[in-house]
Design a protein around this ligand. Structure first.
Ligand code: CUA
Length: 332
């Protein structure tokens, strides 16, 4: 198409492609990109990706170059014998050598992908429609329970113990490494090592029902000292609890589904809310964590997250919903 058109059109087609190419590269960056890496496994797999893309691109350029040469220069210069040899060497021999080289490189890379878990921090994650239960088993103290956010120390291996309560989900933090399915009745493990502090985004990557696409989480890699301090806070009740919002929360029965450390709320059907105020998002990666978002989620979870098991509370007076939201947002 490009070869057959007027030189002016050809130039403008090239200009359009050149203008669009930075847009193509924009897709490689961001909080949820396997090519914008912050973990040892993601580093290795993205390098492998670029090696495969680079090799493929070079071969494509060589083949297209030869094709253009053959189209333009029709005089027969090659004897039958020489052409046969070229086809043999540039065909089966070259292809098998390149594929064998890439396969060897990939197999050599694989054993080193996952860090050793001998002294790893263990984080249990259970997938459930449509959120994540998170339990930290640190070296000291009782386990810390959280939800919809995963924090991990930079430079230290972490072993994720993955389960499911209902259907198959899949756990993936693209910036840190590969994914792993969460299968009912089975325990899978995945070890990851973050090597750059920052906030990333993880997602469920197995269709698990109506709100599968709304089942995400934040993954925050912190410097080890910050992480230890944060984990100590998570293991005890929030300091700034109490007030009218707490009374309303308990009176309306929210505590039969949600747990808030240090109160009578002991439910485990829904996410633990002990330190909800300190999380990045509300509703498993759905909305930025603001008072308005918490209030909106209480009033209409069925609209925000179709298929959720949480009933809507739109029958409550708006000032009561607001008071509960202020209380929950204050749990840090
Ligand atoms: Cu859980 Cu898709």
């Amino acid at each position: 198409m490009v070869f057959g058109c007027h030189p002016q059109q050809r130039r403008s087609a090239f200009a359009r492609f050149a203008a669009a190419s930075p847009l193509l590269c924009c897709g490689c960056a961001g909080r949820q990109s396997a090519l914008d890496t912050a973990g040892s496994e993601a580093d290795a797999t993205s390098l492998l990706f670029w090696v495969l893309v680079g090799t493929g691109a070079l071969i494509w350029l060589a083949v297209v170059g030869l094709l253009v040469y053959a189209i333009r220069d029709r005089r027969p210069r090659w004897s039958e014998d020489a052409a046969g040899k070229l086809i043999l060497w540039a065909g089966p021999v070259f292809s098998s050598t390149v594929l064998f080289g890439l396969l060897t490189y990939t197999l050599w890379l694989m054993p080193g992908l996952r860090p050793s878990t001998d002294r790893a921090l263990r984080i249990e994650i259970t997938g459930t429609q449509f959120w994540w239960r998170v339990v930290y088993h640190g070296p000291a103290g009782p386990p810390a329970i959280s939800a919809n956010e995963v924090r991990l120390p930079v430079g230290e291996p972490v072993e994720f113990v993955l389960r499911s309560d209902d259907v198959i989900h899949s756990f993936w933090i693209p910036s840190l490494g590969g994914k792993m399915d969460m299968i009912p009745g089975r325990t899978n493990t995945l070890s990851l090592l973050a090597n750059r502090a920052g906030a990333y985004r993880g997602a469920c990557t197995e269709f698990c029902g109506t709100s599968h696409a709304l089942m995400a989480f934040s993954a925050v890699a912190m410097m080890p000292d910050d992480f230890d301090r944060w984990l100590a806070i998570q293991s005890s009740p929030a300091a700034n609890a109490g007030g009218p919002g707490q009374d309303l929360f308990l009176r309306h029965g929210c505590g039969s589904c949600h747990r808030i450390d240090g109160t009578e709320a002991r439910g485990s059907v829904g996410p633990d809310l002990s330190h909800l105020g300190a999380r990045e998002t509300v509703g498993a990666g759905l909305l930025p964590n603001t008072e308005e978002a918490v209030a909106r989620f209480i009033a209409e979870p069925d609209v925000l997250k179709p298929g959720t098991r949480m009933p809507s509370f739109r029958m409550l007076p708006p000032e009561e919903i607001r008071a509960i939201a202020i209380y929950l947002k204050g749990l840090k």
